[in-house]
Write a protein that binds this ligand. Structure first.
Ligand code: HEM
Length: 504
């Protein structure tokens, strides 16, 4: 992505001197932002036309964190035609997601989200309003409430057992592609509650993997049409992100049609899943809005993506940190093995006693928030944040990654120390703004409990059932910990490990 943004930025900079219409746009924007007799948040110097686009870098959460160190925790960027506010401190995050939550509860619409999510009808990207409110309520009641999540515990245990058996079958001396194993686990778990167990069969799981990866790329990539609408025609020559999104959408649409058809034709497994619920709600005359087939497809697709990628990424980072930090791994194994004495799987009811496990999960989410810039927000109206004027329709990125490492709140912020969460009430539920991997406010992640229980159960069993090593005699400190760019920052290099069964 870095190269693409840089190439595009430099190309555009050149064109700026040649084209008149762009200059017109630039003048209009400059006039709009400077005509206010009010103070705008500080900005780094901009280039004509492209503004600050060239400063995003290949991993925007990192480049933006460095830029904010110079320009402050509330920093205004001009990305092409889009005014963008970067929020980089717990204090400013509280302003946006608590004090002024309602003013920033919208999501910006983009070409790609519109194409992929049936004109933004999924929960994650739907505009703030009545439709969003109803869909959110529906998803919480029928899929993500504490009661619902609790009711999936047998499914979770079965899926974890399935993963453990898969690892056992290819354990030491063979090397396991843990990235693949963890992705399949997270995918199986999400698919099972959203659309049923039958998913594992055939090639559907692989297809899901392909489609989700492409979605993640498309949602994180730079689309010239969003930043310079008048240059949409150029998109065709620069790789055509919109046409790529249309191709992926078509494949999703066919797959989701198939899933719904299977449910309608009773090709089911007896377990009630979310698609079953949506189909029955469609016929429910008490429902106060019409649930069309496209709504169902958009909502389900959003859940597959939101549930799978984030869960898998967290588990992947947790395992990487644990094999790098052998003392932490030992301490965690001691805790789990001290509670689960028999040669058994860790059961869900045993997790409550595992305080160190919970601290490890929190520390993983602090250092490696799966969505480092959370999900973008957009201001619904003109607004003042600590005397700074933020115009209506400004795009907002809260840099969760930078905030979770703020040295004012965290000692040795770049080190993996789960101990910091022991006897510490700081939590990720959206009240402690120095730790916001799930966001906060009205648009906070509704899948926290789902994610927490899946991740804890999987991790406890992984460390209980196996001893873990790096392959090929690789030294721990040499493990590559770089991130992939994109909406979800998973590991750039796959995680290959060797597992020795501890209890056979
Ligand atoms: C470790 C796991 C997860 C992390 C770190 C995570 C993180 C996030 C973040 C940062 C947001 C945006 C919040 C904001 O704007 O303030 C979000 C939204 C969302 N998440 Fe999660 N998430 C995770 C797991 C899940 C799961 C398991 C599901 C569902 C099965 C889910 C469903 C959603 C949905 C539907 C939204 C959009 C909510 C809205 O816009 O109203 N997430 N998530």
């Amino acid at each position: 992505m870095a190269l693409t943004i840089l190439q595009v930025a430099l190309g555009l900079s050149l064109m700026a001197s040649l084209l008149l219409p762009p200059l017109f746009y630039f003048l209009v924007i400059t006039k709009r932002t400077s005509s206010h007799k009010t103070k705008l948040p500080p900005s780094p110097p901009k280039l004509p036309l492209i503004g600050n686009l060239h400063q995003l870098g290949s991993l925007p959460h990192r480049s933006l964190a460095s830029l904010s160190k110079k320009h402050g925790p509330l920093m205004l960027l001009q990305l092409g035609e889009i005014l963008t506010l970067i929020v980089s401190s717990p204090d400013m995050a509280r302003e946006i997601m608590k004090t002024h939550d309602i003013s920033f509860a919208n999501r910006p619409s983009s070409k790609v989200t519109k194409i992929l999510f049936y004109n933004n009808m999924g929960l994650g990207f739907s505009p703030y309003g009545e439709y969003w409110r109803k869909v959110r309520q529906l998803c919480i009641i029928h899929l993500l409430s504490a009661k619902r999540v609790q009711s999936y515990h047998l499914m979770r245990e079965e899926e974890v057992a399935f993963m453990i058996e898969k690892i056992r079958q290819c354990s030491s001396p063979r090397t396991i592609d843990m990235s693949e194993v963890l992705f399949s686990f997270a995918n199986d778990m999400t698919c099972r509650v959203v659309s049923g167990k039958l998913f594992r069969g055939g090639r559907r799981n692989e297809l899901f993997h392909e489609l989700l990866e492409e979605n993640s790329y498309l949602l994180g990539a730079f689309n010239i049409e969003d930043y310079f609408p008048w240059l949409a025609w150029l998109g065709v020559f620069l790789g055509g992100l919109s046409s790529r999104a249309r191709r992926n959408f078509k494949r999703w649409d066919d797959l989701l049609d198939e899933v719904i058809e299977d449910h309608e034709n009773g090709k089911d497994d007896g377990e009630e899943d979310f698609v079953d619920v949506l189909l029955s709600l469609q016929k429910d005359s008490n429902l106060d809005f019409k649930l069309e087939k496209d709504h169902m497809k958009a909502i389900s697709m959003g859940m597959f993506g939101a549930g799978t990628e984030t869960t898998y990424t967290t588990l992947e980072w947790a395992m990487a940190e644990l094999v790098r930090n052998s003392k932490t791994m030992e301490k965690l194994q001691d805790e789990v093995r001290g509670i689960v004495l028999e040669k058994r799987m860790v059961r869900e009811e045993q997790l409550n006693a595992m305080t160190y496990l919970k601290a490890v999960v929190k520390e993983t989410l602090r250092l490696h928030p799966p969505a480092p810039l959370l999900l973008p927000r957009e201001s619904l109206k003109d607004c003042y944040i600590k005397d700074y004027f933020v115009p209506k329709k400004t795009r907002v990125f809260v840099n969760g990654w930078a905030i979770n490492r703020d040295p004012e709140f965290w000692e040795e912020p770049n080190e993996f120390h789960p101990e910091r969460f022991i006897n510490n009430s700081v939590d990720f539920k959206g009240h402690d703004f120095q730790f916001i991997p799930f966001g906060a406010g009205r648009r906070i992640c509704p899948g926290i409990q789902f994610a927490e229980s899946t991740i804890e159960l999987a991790l406890a069993n992984l460390v209980h059932r196996f001893e873990w090593e790096l392959p090929y005699g690789l030294r721990r400190e040499k493990l590559d910990m770089s991130e992939n760019p994109g909406l979800v920052a998973n590991r750039a290099k796959k995680l290959h490990l060797v597992a020795k069964p501890f209890l056979s």
